[in-house]
Ligand binder design. Structure first.
Ligand code: NAD
Length: 258
């Protein structure tokens, strides 16, 4: 408790899954949190968290909306210490089956949004003397994944974008740290959606079960919990990680070790 006392955080995609768990963990650790999401279900999550949390509807691909959101943070708290660029979608399909529209949609939600959010947040963080930008990538940003080429391209882009901006901030001596987090298979709606919408392996006809898949491909033999990612985000958001920038935190039950 209290590891983020006095900090103000913005978490995108916070109506569900990893974003929701991260917002809850931040509030538990003493932060004030603005949850945003394209889904209004984020309002109920913020209400359940309590007075430390607020909700604003946001499509993270909308450039103008980012300015509104940062203005709301400035008006409410006059500072921003932590940004978690978490909102994301998966895009399943063999490259030969992907439409250009699907490709662009995935790159827009999963990569363009990280650029827009980072660029929008830096001035307010600089005014407060620093901050921590946490970009949620994936194990698909470290290793290639079958039938996830657009998602891999976006998440790999998030990883190197984070490093490049970390260097810019370090050179500016602005106190802003930028890191990426790489979840493995975590039990949330995004993973269930990938495997239930496309309940067929691209190389075979067998249905795929999320937990069974995690048991097969993850060295630890199970899927992770949203809290496993939230805990990594608390560390990166707090001053405990003061000397970490430009690096990646892989939380995947050992998947990328193989
Ligand atoms: P999720 O589907 O539970 O949550 C994603 C949230 O993002 C949803 O609330 C959704 O409404 C929101 N969202 C989608 N498009 C948006 C948009 N345009 N603007 C604003 N919000 C939008 O999924 P999750 O597992 O919690 O995923 C969170 C992040 O973690 C994503 O970036 C995802 O790629 C990444 N990730 C998840 C896993 C996993 O196994 N769950 C693994 C690796 C990476």
């Amino acid at each position: 408790m209290g590891r983020m006392a006095g900090k103000v955080a913005l978490v995108t995609g916070a109506a569900s899954g990893l974003g929701e768990a991260t917002a809850r963990a931040f509030a538990r650790e003493g932060a004030q949190v603005l949850l945003t999401d394209i889904s209004d279900e984020g309002a109920a999550v913020a209400k359940a968290i309590g007075p430390a949390a607020r909700f604003a509807r946001q499509d993270v691909t909308d450039e103008d909306r980012w300015a509104d959101i940062l203005a709301e943070v400035d008006t409410t708290w006059e500072r921003l210490d932590v940004l978690v660029n978490n909102a994301g979608i998966s895009m399943f399909g063999l490259v030969t089956d992907l439409s250009f529209e699907q490709w662009r949609r995935c790159l827009s939600v999963d990569l363009d949004s990280v650029f827009l959010g980072t660029r929008a947040a830096i001035p307010l963080m600089r005014r407060g003397g620093g901050g921590s930008i946490i970009n949620i990538s994936s194990m698909a940003g470290i290793t290639g994944q079958m039938a996830l080429s657009a998602y891999c391209a976006a998440k790999g882009g998030v990883r190197l974008f984070s490093k490049a901006v970390a260097l810019e901030c370090a050179a500016a001596r602005d106190g802003i740290r930028v890191n990426s987090v790489h979840p493995g298979i975590i039990d949330t709606p995004i993973f269930a959606a990938t495997t239930s919408n496309e309940r067929r392996s691209p190389v075979g006809a067998e249905p795929i079960d999320p937990q069974a898949t995690a048991a097969l491909v993850t060295p630890m033999g199970r899927a992770g919990r949203p809290e496993d990612i939230a805990n990594a985000c608390v560390y990166l958001a707090s001053d405990e990680s003061a000397y970490l920038t430009g690096t990646e935190v892989i939380v995947d039950g050992g998947y990328c070790a193989a």
